[in-house]
Ligand binder design. Sequence first.
Ligand code: HEM
Length: 154
Amino acid sequence: MEGFLPMSRASFTLDFIALAMAAVIPVMLFSLYQVRQRRDYQLHKRLQILLGLVLGIAILVFELDMRLYGWRQYAEASPYYTTLVIPSLIFHLFFAIPTLFLWIYTITMALWQHIDTENGKYRFQHKFFGRLSAYAMIGTTLSGWLFFWLAFMA
Ligand code: HEM
C-alpha cells in the first residue's frame, strides 16, 4: 500500500511507524512528568504499559511487513542507497534492539515487584532502568528517523 507522508517513498506501514514514533516521545515525557513532579504512580504505570503494548503491536506489524514486502525497493532511488543507508540502519538497530529488551525488563520487573504500591528496594533500581529505557527509546526514535530520511526521503 502507498505511503501517505509527503516527500516519502516508503510504504504505508513504514510511514505509519515513523509517525507513531513521534507520538511515543511526548506521551513518555508526560508520563515521566507525572512520576517526578506529581507522584502519580498509577497514571505513570498505566501510560507506560499502554506505550509498551502499542510499541509491541507496532513491532509485530512492522516485522511482518518487512518479511513479506521488504523496504529496499523504496530506498533504491536514494542517493545514499549504496553509502549511508546500511550504516544508518545498523546505527538504528544498535539502539532499537537493546530498547526492546530494556522495555520488557523494566515493565515486567516494575509489575513483578509491585513498585507502585510497595516501597521496595527495586524502586531505586527502577529509576536507573527507567531512565536507561527512556534514553534508549529517544535514541531509537532519532536514529530511526535518520535512517528513514536517508533511505526514503533523500
Ligand atoms: C518501560 C517502561 C517504564 C519506564 C521507561 C519508566 C521510567 C521511569 C523513570 C525514569 C522513573 C524515575 C523518575 C525520576 O527521575 O525520579 C520512574 C519512576 C517510577 N516508576 Fe517507572 N517506568 C516504566 C514503567 C513503570 C511501571 C510499569 C510501573 C508500575 C508498576 C512504574 C512505576 C514507577 C514508580 C512507582 C516510580 C517512582 C519510584 C520512586 O520515585 O521511588 N514504572 N519510572
